[in-house]
Design a protein around this ligand. Structure first.
Ligand SMILES: C[S@@+](CC[C@H](N)C(=O)[O-])C[C@H]1O[C@@H](n2cnc3c(N)ncnc32)[C@H](O)[C@@H]1O
Length: 303
């Protein structure tokens, strides 16, 4: 018998109903879950119809967890350990596979990652200052201990929208000369001491978010994914993306708008209902946008 899954892993997939409306899973359809995580969205797509899924995650731990979670659908899911920016459908499917009926990306980190102290994503737990989701070489400790002060300030400002970015960067550079940072709590305490508890969120929240985005080149990966994913769609196929902060949402919005192959189906992004936000605080900043590669006939009608 399999071990029961830890409670923290059984989290609720964000904007699930809205994703199902967007993707409208059909019997015989082939779907790409570009960020399978714990497999919550994939499970719903597998339950909604007799679908097949290609499930990607750059985190081998997440892939193992979703493989366990989706074990009952064996034969209908192909798990691929890859960064979605580097995915190549022809490597796992026949070259003439005809495209996906739906592609979903639910961006960012999962609670599985955040709640694992040894991954170093959270200021809440003592752990190594790591924050790598995949197989990248640079850790958060590498950045904090070696990046030039101006680069750290840019990261905190751009990716964390941190007001005190320069002041924090200067203080960290001063402190690392005495002793390099190795743990999450050292960094969290250094930031807290410097700027104090002025807001509702922990003072290190923005710095941690910014480092995570930089360590994983999240915006670079998303940009490449958004350039390539429309080519993986079958005609009539839908590309749906859930983002969690304004930098991501802006990239998604413009990539969908700029692509002449896509018809946008969400003029404004869909947000979680109040009930979902109450049930699942992680959903609070989520935004879903989706677009369709029109059927030939739709094009003909339009022209
Ligand atoms: C928010 S979680 C997905 C949760 C999932 N939808 C569910 O219902 O369980 C995001 C997942 O995407 C993965 N991920 C983030 N960026 C990625 C990328 N560039 N390529 C592949 N996987 C990525 C993370 O490792 C994480 O497991």
């Amino acid at each position: 018998m399999q071990e029961p899954l830890p409670v923290a892993l059984t989290h609720e997939p964000v904007l699930l109903e809205e994703c199902l409306v967007a993707l409208a899973p059909q019997d015989g359809g082939l779907y790409l879950d570009a960020t399978v995580g714990f497999g919550g969205h994939s499970r719903a797509i597998l339950e909604a119809a007799q679908t097949q899924i290609v499930a990607l995650d750059q985190d081998p731990v997440a892939l193992a967890a979703s493989a366990q979670n989706l074990a009952e659908f064996a034969g209908r899911v192909k798990f691929v350990p890859v960064n979605f920016a580097d995915f190549n459908p022809e490597e796992v499917l026949a070259a003439d596979f005809g495209g996906f009926q739906g592609v979903l990306a639910d961006l960012g980190v999962s609670s599985l990652q955040i709640d694992s102290p040894e991954r170093g994503f959270s200021w809440r737990f003592e752990g190594p200052l790591d924050m790598r989701m995949g197989r990248g070489e640079t850790t958060a400790a590498d950045l904090v201990n070696t990046a030039p002060e101006a680069e750290l300030a840019r990261i905190f400002h751009e990716y964390g929208e941190e007001r005190y970015s320069r002041r924090i960067a200067r203080a960290l550079v001063e402190q690392r000369r005495k002793a390099p940072f190795t743990t999450t709590t050292q960094l969290a305490e250094a930031v807290a001491q410097l700027i104090g508890h002025r807001q509702a969120i922990h003072p290190a929240t923005r710095v941690f978010q910014a480092l995570r985005i930089a360590v994983n080149d999240e915006l670079g990966a998303l940009t490449r994914f958004l350039e390539r994913a429309p080519d993986w769609l079958a005609t009539g196929g839908v590309l749906a993306v859930i983002s969690f902060h304004s930098l991501e949402d802006r990239l998604v919005k413009w990539a969908l708008r700029r692509n002449p192959e896509l018809e946008i189906l969400t003029r404004k992004p869909l947000l979680p209902t109040e009930a979902e936000q109450r049930r699942n605080p992680r959903s609070r900043s989520a935004k879903l946008r989706y677009a369709r590669k029109p059927l030939r006939n739709d094009h003909d009608h339009a022209s």
